[in-house]
Design a protein around this ligand. Structure first.
Ligand SMILES: Cc1ncc(COP(=O)(O)O)c(C=O)c1O
Length: 393
């Protein structure tokens, strides 16, 4: 008999009741060190006092009004995002998937308005992840995600991640856009090197293709800059944001340059909940805290410390781990043992990590994690690795 919850997730037998900072507590009182942050969502940890205050204050005033009316908090958050980034305009969504949907629509409408409606091909990459809607699975294109869900939305070409020649051949003056995660998350924490991102920007400029960055996982301070592409010193035309921007409240956004957003005129897009007062009250507070040079410098300092200590862990457990990779607090332990065994052994040590493709264990701690909790994390991961070694996995 099918369970009351559609069985699409293999859930760990853990039910959490409350959280504080980098710690979660189960319904039966066990405490876990959270290095997963709801897969890069709880950027400021659990129950951050400033976010709790922002949410409860707004909840006491107004939960929801339609986008038929002005929402001052939404406008304020858009102004802040525009001021902090390449973008001239923002549209708020409830998730990363919805951001992908709008990004694809925006690209198509851009070429339609330019009198070239056949120019719809978006070049994307193997190992990428953009969500689970029909457009998002077509954009990622992996067998695992699309099998059984055809016919797929047309208009996506997939290039092997890192294959520059194939990329140069694929991006022509018929290409509508290139869609890429500056750091692949689900694909196994694979950063796109800065020179490659720069080269991609040049290629898009040469051909006229729009450059779309998916910063749903790697954005909002995760890599130690507000957005990951800042490391490369270039900017996209369109960017998807979600996860961290709501700190745990469902919120996403598409940011775009004025030129890229040209086709999105009155009535061309909408959302019931996107940018509602609750989400924007929290999002504004998250931005206020993260978009601060001192905060981001602290993220970089602590992330460098974690990275270095993970290198030490790899050296101590060469039969379990192969390497550390990633940027800032978006880190991956490439495993020799099965990554799922490492994650499970972590549960026994009360530390939460996330498996990713390419046999990687992802570490996505709260950006606010303390130095003491980083030390604790290394100790627990060390014990987990020893246990995995002990089983000969
Ligand atoms: C890079 C990236 N894009 C898009 C998504 C989809 O976001 P959501 O699950 O909020 O729809 C995710 C989610 O993991 C993601 O990591």
């Amino acid at each position: 008999m099918i369970p009351s919850l559609l069985p699409t997730y293999a859930r760990a037998p853990l039910a959490f009741e409350r959280g504080e900072g980098s710690w979660l507590e189960t319904t039966d009182g066990r405490r876990f060190l959270d290095l997963s942050s709801g897969i890069a969502v709880n950027a400021l940890g659990h129950a951050h006092p400033a976010l709790v205050a922002a949410l409860t204050e707004q909840a006491g005033k107004l939960w929801h009004v339609s986008n038929l009316y002005e929402i001052p908090a939404q406008k304020a958050l858009a102004d802040r995002l525009v001021a902090a980034t390449f973008a001239d305009t923002a549209f708020f969504t409830n998730s990363g998937t919805e951001a992908l949907e709008l990004a694809v629509k925006m690209v198509r409408k851009y070429w339609y308005e330019k009198g070239d409606p056949e120019r719809i091909e978006i070049v994307a990459f193997t190992g990428s992840f953009h969500g689970r809607s029909t457009a998002a699975i077509a954009a990622a294109g992996s067998e695992k995600m699309v099998k059984g869900f055809g016919p797929l939305m047309p208009g996506f070409t997939h290039i092997e991640f890192g294959d520059h020649e194939a990329l140069r051949a694929a991006v022509t003056d018929r290409t509508a856009a290139v869609l890429i995660e500056p750091v692949q998350g689900e694909g196994g924490i694979r950063p796109v090197p800065d020179p490659c991102l720069k080269g991609l920007r040049d290629l898009c400029d040469e051909t006229g293709a729009l450059l779309v960055f998916d910063e749903v996982q790697c954005g909002m301070g995760r890599t130690g800059r507000l957005f990951a592409h800042e490391w490369a010193g270039i900017a996209p035309d369109i960017m998807m944001v979600a996860k961290g921007i709501g700190g745990g409240f469902p919120l996403g956004a598409v940011l775009a340059s004025e030129a890229a957003a040209e086709g999105m005129t009155l009535g061309t897009h909408g959302s019931t909940y996107g940018g509602n007062p609750l989400g924007c009250a929290v999002g504004a507070k998250v931005m206020e805290i993260i978009d601060d040079p001192d905060f981001l410098a602290e993220v970089r300092r602590k992330a460098a410390s974690l990275h270095q200590r993970l290198e030490g862990l790899v050296a101590v457990h060469p039969d379990v781990f192969e390497e550390v990779r990633g940027l800032g607090f978006m880190l991956g332990l490439k495993c020799r043992a099965p990554n799922t065994e490492v994650v499970k052994a972590g549960y026994d040590q009360h530390v939460l990590t996330v498996p990713a493709a390419d046999n990687v264990v992802r570490l996505l701690p709260a950006l606010t994690i303390s130095d003491d909790d980083i030390t604790e994390a290394i100790e627990r991961l060390d014990a987990a690795a020893s246990a995995v070694k002990g089983t000969g996995a």
